[in-house]
Design a protein. Structure first.
Length: 465
């Protein structure tokens, strides 16, 4: 167990520090080309654009469904783990995302069709932990005598990969607009846990501790794992040659993005998208660390004068000494963290609109939902600003803002789903920031753009001449 935790933490840290997707607010800015990232049906206002190298789109996000800093530490600085336990759900998750757009290009093929190409470095980390795990660490096993504490929902998943994407957005008719992207992926480093069984039981009379485990940690990274004579993991050495890591093409993958929008009438538009539906096959420097055990420890009794309450960390340490990781062979496959967006927009007039969004992320056979309301002000295709409110990560404390502005050929965007983190970080469970710069060419001249080219034109073309 200790080796499992140390190995997982090491690989997770390695993935997280390579570069450093919540994008609800961005999705609602549907008259800006930047929102094509989360809805591939959004098109161009200008003839073509070129992204600023390595700055075309930067995205960082972090979220926790279970707790914030203030959940654990009160205003006096006192640590209150009991509060964390009260707020915990059956399973909680910590999510991290990092995206760096290296290159991007868009071209308006004709009045109805737009083409897009991009190269992006992406990394994500997901940690799932059950409430029973917190109970063991905080309370020990004393309050769970005679019960079985289940940790099989503990999970670790992370990946760092490069994405090459080719997309198209098309105005099908006056009401309907569709788009999609095909993505070729090359994995750099990945980790995935598979836990079939991980239970701990303490006998209420003898305090005998029994732990059953059957788990596997799958990993692929520029590293070499060594094993002792008995076949158990003894050490991990990481390769210091960055070029082997950067040019690695032995972990291929494929993915797609789909999106669309439909004008019900002149005031109401419905839109939806499916993002990051795909897989990566990990073949290079891949390992399968296996662990299976059924072990028992004699607990405290009246005759041995031991304490009946065993500290949670002590239990983990003791059991960890008796559990080792063995070596397994073969590659493995991981799914991308797929997301769906479904939204409705009401246009108050040509400059102001109000929207509602439901976003779902699919993770470990679990759906993590969020809901967003937005108010958008956009007097022209060169400027948009939005104010949003979201219920995400089990808290309503998420106020988002966004702005896109174009000066001559330079277009910039700055968007966050929760600006409150800048003022009240100790209460926040969500932190996101998205920034980017692009060069726009062949744009409509001032005074020549039209508000609508027909009675039912999708929002992406509201200002195109």
């Amino acid at each position: 167990m200790k080796q499992f935790i140390i190995t997982a933490a090491t690989l997770l840290w390695f993935s997280a520090t390579l570069h450093s997707q919540n994008s609800n607010t961005l999705f609602l800015m549907n008259n800006s080309v930047e929102s094509n990232i989360v809805n591939p049906s959004i098109g161009l206002h200008c003839k073509y654009y070129v992204g600023f190298p390595a700055l075309t789109s930067l995205h960082l996000s972090a979220g926790s469904t279970g707790m914030s800093y203030r959940t654990v530490v009160d205003k006096s600085g006192e640590i209150r783990f009991s509060n964390a336990l009260k707020r915990a759900h059956y399973v909680d998750y910590i999510n991290l995302n990092q995206h760096i757009g290296l290159l991007s290009f868009g071209y308006k093929l004709n009045e109805d069709t737009d083409l897009f190409f991009s190269v992006t470095e992406k990394a994500y980390q997901r940690i799932g932990y059950p409430k029973d795990a917190l109970k063991l660490v905080i309370e020990g096993n004393y309050k769970s005598l005679g019960e079985t504490m289940k940790f099989r929902n503990t999970s670790v998943r992370a990946a760092f990969y490069r994405e090459y994407a080719l997309g198209m957005a098309k105005q099908v008719d006056d009401r309907l607009r569709l788009g999609g992207r095909v993505k070729i992926l090359f994995g750099r480093a990945g980790i995935k846990s598979k836990i079939k069984e991980l239970d701990l039981t303490t006998d209420e009379n003898t305090f005998k501790i029994t732990m059953k485990s059957d788990l596997e940690l799958l990993a692929s990274a520029p590293m070499t794992a060594t094993f002792d004579s008995d076949g158990y993991l003894s050490n991990i050495d990481f390769d210091n040659d960055p070029m082997k890591y950067i040019i690695n093409s032995k972990n291929p993958g494929i993915g797609i993005d789909l999106g669309g929008s439909y004008d019900l009438n002149e005031k109401i538009t419905l839109s939806a998208s499916l993002i990051d539906f795909g897989v990566i096959r990990w073949n290079s420097s891949s390992y399968r660390f296996n662990q299976s055990a059924d072990i028992s420890f004699v607990g405290a009794t009246d005759t041995n004068n031991a304490s009946s309450g065993v500290n949670g960390l002590g239990v983990i340490d003791s059991i960890g000494n008796a559990m080792k990781l063995s070596n397994g062979q073969g590659g493995f496959t991981t799914w991308l963290p797929t997301q769906t967006y479904v939204a409705a927009e009401y246009r108050y007039n040509d400059q102001i609109s109000f929207s509602f969004l439901n976003r779902n992320e699919f993770l470990y056979n679990t759906v993590i939902p969020s809901f967003t309301l937005g108010a958008l002000y956009s007097p022209s295709y060169k400027f948009s600003t939005i104010l949003s409110w979201s219920y995400m990560h089990n808290t309503p404390m998420n106020i988002g803002v966004g702005i896109t502005a174009q000066l001559w050929i330079l277009r910039m965007h700055l968007i966050t789903d929760n600006i409150l983190v800048a003022f009240y970080p100790e209460y926040s469970r969500t932190a996101t920031i998205r920034f980017g710069m692009n060069f726009m060419f062949g744009c409509p001249r001032k005074g020549k753009e039209k508000r609508r080219v027909s009675n039912h034109t999708c929002p992406a073309y509201r200002y195109y001449h």
